[in-house]
Design a protein. Structure first.
Length: 382
């Protein structure tokens, strides 16, 4: 409810204004002198103040200048009510930052119009202010991101320089081969990081329009999982996939969907100890789909792996470049962008990804609302 403070020492006028404003649906409060008004403004933070100029004790100018000095009350719209609106009075009030003047006697519709006009302007100012704050915040995040990205890119580059130096001084073919392998590894890391950064950039800029196509999950999921089974076997891990005999055939962007699943599987393989288990489960959950996507169905992919992440680290997992401290005991060298990409891609497909970790297992659940019929007309790519 919009709160209005009326500072007026003439009781009959004060009461009349309060009554009218109350009947218009405003939350009202009155003050009979300047000091009481200033005090009320600083405790109640009204949305607008009507204030007489001539008041006992502190006059209207003193009230206004007191309000403008306090950052919490400085922006409250302020309308003077005055019997003597000479040029000098008006100038003085405007210099102090009054928003409007009403000369007594005024009609109540004039008062209400002045109030509405101020409140509308104030709403615009608040919106602009919020937008500016948002932009400043996102600018800050961008700066932080550039700083972290530069540091991350420096890592492999420094190792490449070092491996090159060692290669120049290699004493035998075995050493030469070892440094070449190291060089290859670091180049691969650098390229992978640059590719992920570019993908994040393209996602943010929305440069690749969604290209929904009908997918047969029964064959599509195993084709994606297969290379990860090989990867897991190399580290003596077991990767099981549990795909029910019937799954709907969603119309979905296959590239985004594949990337999400691959990142989740890659993540699970990386952070599971040699010998540990990884499980992928696909489900079409009707109860959940009714809540999230009443007009369609929902597919759930659950990737669980044998590793536990302490609760305190979980909120950071989707932050760019974040790595759980001491989680990479097997030197798998993640760049900390995989889960950031997963979250953004899931959002792009109108879905979400959640994580839970307990009893020695970590579980990522991807929920995607799906359409099973292709749209009859495809919207042109923008
Ligand atoms: Ca007065």
């Amino acid at each position: 409810m919009t709160k209005i403070l009326v500072i007026e020492d003439e009781p009959s006028l004060r009461e009349e204004i309060l009554d009218i404003l109350e009947s218009e649906g405003f939350d009202v409060m009155g003050a009979e002198d300047g000091l009481e008004g200033l005090d009320s403004a600083q405790t109640n933070f009204p949305d607008l103040i009507l204030c007489d100029v001539m008041l006992p004790g502190a006059d209207g100018y003193a009230v206004l200048s007191g309000l403008r000095q306090n950052p919490d009350t400085a922006l409250i719209p302020f309308i003077f009510l005055t019997a003597k609106a000479t040029r000098e009075n008006v100038r003085q009030g405007m210099d102090l930052g009054a928003d409007d003047y009403l000369t007594k006697p005024f009609r109540m519709d004039e008062l209400l119009n002045a109030i509405t006009s101020r409140l509308t302007k104030q709403a615009t100012i608040v919106q602009i202010h919020q937008k500016v704050t948002q932009l400043q915040h996102s600018n800050l995040l961008k700066d932080e991101f550039i700083g972290s990205a530069s540091q991350e890119l420096r890592g492999p580059a420094t190792n490449i320089m070092m491996a090159l130096k060692l290669l120049q001084q290699a004493a035998n073919p075995e050493q030469t081969q070892r440094y070449i392998d190291r060089l290859q590894q670091e180049c691969y890391r650098e390229i992978h990081l640059i590719d992920d950064l570019l993908d994040l950039h393209y996602l943010g800029a929305n440069e690749r329009p969604l290209q929904p196509e009908k997918l047969n999950l029964q064959t599509w999921i195993p084709a994606i999982v297969e290379p990860f089974k090989t990867q897991a076997r190399k580290r003596q891990q077991t990767l099981w996939s549990n795909i029910p005999p019937y799954l709907p055939m969603p119309v979905i962007d296959a590239a985004d969907f594949k990337r999400i699943l691959s990142e989740l599987l890659n993540n699970a393989c990386k952070y599971t100890a040699p010998g540990g288990k990884i499980v992928l489960e696909a489900r079409c959950d009707l109860t959940a789909s009714e809540a999230i996507n009443p007009d369609g169905q929902m597919i759930m992919l659950i990737v669980s792996n044998e590793a536990e992440i302490p609760d305190k680290f979980i909120p950071n997992l989707f932050q760019p470049f974040y790595r759980v401290p001491e989680s990479d005991r097997w030197q798998q060298g993640g760049n900390g962008l995989g889960l950031t990409l997963v979250e953004k891609l899931a959002k792009r497909l109108n879905g979400k990804v959640q994580i839970s970790s307990k009893a020695g297992w970590t579980q990522f659940t991807l929920q995607l609302p799906i359409e099973t019929n292709p749209p009859t007309t495809l919207a042109p790519n923008k």
